[in-house]
Write a protein that binds this ligand. Structure first.
Ligand code: CA
Length: 338
């Protein structure tokens, strides 16, 4: 069995991070705020985000900073949909970084490793509700990170296969936030036990990414993760990994339990939900940049308003204002194998 440090595609950002950032911007962005498109290295914006220990507090602090040193504070850039992580993108020349946004994807190489191919999958994206987060924190005995409030969960083998199992495998990214920042992908079988764990990115002790270590995970649950033994001398990093995985499994169980129904498989914009989510503070008026004029934003147009019923009530609930970027992506079908 091959274990590898997966080489993420140039567009990859962990989907949870991207959704988290979307709460900041109120529009969907690409991964290039935080990753260099050429080699996936962190941008100045992301390096500063990490240095500030992430979360909403870091985003707030970054508002008044200019990490890409293009002369525009991040908050101003985001107001104009320019990229605060790329000096070539400014309010006057935002570039095309918001075109061709990719949908959230599971790690392809890891799926092939686990299943022998990329199985059909659905994506479940819904922020944790406040009561869900609070009960999780009580159960875990620790606070969730801000980024963890925006889980992205993949449901495999949900449909489209003859003889597909009645309940899907579920998969999600887990992220270790610590001295050795590391990301993993965990797949859980319908009965609630781990099917496999793989590293997406591993920094620090490379002995974690071997069969001896990873073979300890199948069959375990959040409760039995502590039995996973560490490479000698790397106990602190092992604790970080197990803690991140435990939170990931608990979040998965709360956000997308095995009984999750197709009707729930809807991408919900955080702005539509209960109102407790982070909102950027009201901003001061932005200066004008008349020369050259701002181009139309390169994002998918808002779909035409639905026809009104005779009673004047829209047949849709009318709250989903998210541009249909993902559905319009020609790669979606290939990605999902549908
Ligand atoms: Ca800037």
């Amino acid at each position: 069995m091959a274990f590898c440090l997966a080489a993420p595609s140039s567009s990859e950002a962990l989907p949870g991070f991207r959704n988290f950032f979307r709460v900041k911007t109120a529009y969907r962005t690409g991964c290039q705020v935080c990753h260099q498109p050429r080699d996936n290295r962190l941008t100045p914006y992301a390096r500063e985000y990490v240095r500030l220990n992430g979360g909403f507090a870091a985003l707030d602090a970054l508002d008044v900073m200019d990490p890409d040193k293009d002369g525009f504070p991040s908050k101003e850039e985001l107001g104009f949909h320019s990229n605060p992580g790329d000096a070539r993108s400014t309010p006057a020349h935002i570039g095309d970084w918001l075109s061709n946004l990719t949908p959230s994807e599971p790690p392809r190489e890891i799926l092939v490793d686990l299943y022998g191919r990329i199985p059909p999958y659905e994506v479940f994206e819904r922020p944790l509700k406040r009561h869900q987060a609070q009960s999780l924190e009580r159960a875990l005995g620790q606070k969730l990170r801000d980024e963890e409030l925006f889980p992205v969960i993949f449901l495999f083998n949900k449909k489209g296969e003859a003889g597909a199992p009645p309940a899907p495998d579920r998969g999600a990214y887990a992220f270790c936030w610590g001295k050795k920042m590391t990301s993993l992908f965990a797949v859980v079988a319908p009965e609630g036990t781990l099917r496999a764990v793989r590293f997406v990115r591993l920094y620090g002790d490379q002995r974690f990414d071997n069969e001896q270590y990873l073979s300890q995970f199948p069959g375990r649950t959040a409760e039995t993760l502590q039995g996973v033994s560490s490479p000698r001398g790397a106990e602190a990093q092992n604790d970080d990994i197990l803690s991140a995985l435990r939170r990931c499994l608990e979040i998965m169980d709360v956000a997308a339990p095995v009984s999750v129904t197709p009707a729930a498989l809807k991408d919900v914009s955080p702005a539509e939900d209960d109102g407790w989510y982070y909102r950027p503070r009201p901003s001061e008026p932005l200066p004008e940049y008349p020369e050259p004029p701002l181009k139309p934003l390169p994002i998918a147009p808002v779909p035409p308003a639905p026809a009104e019923e005779p009673n004047g009530v829209s047949p849709e609930n009318g709250t989903d204002q998210e541009p249909a970027t993902e559905g319009a992506n020609p790669n979606t079908e290939d990605t999902n194998g549908r």
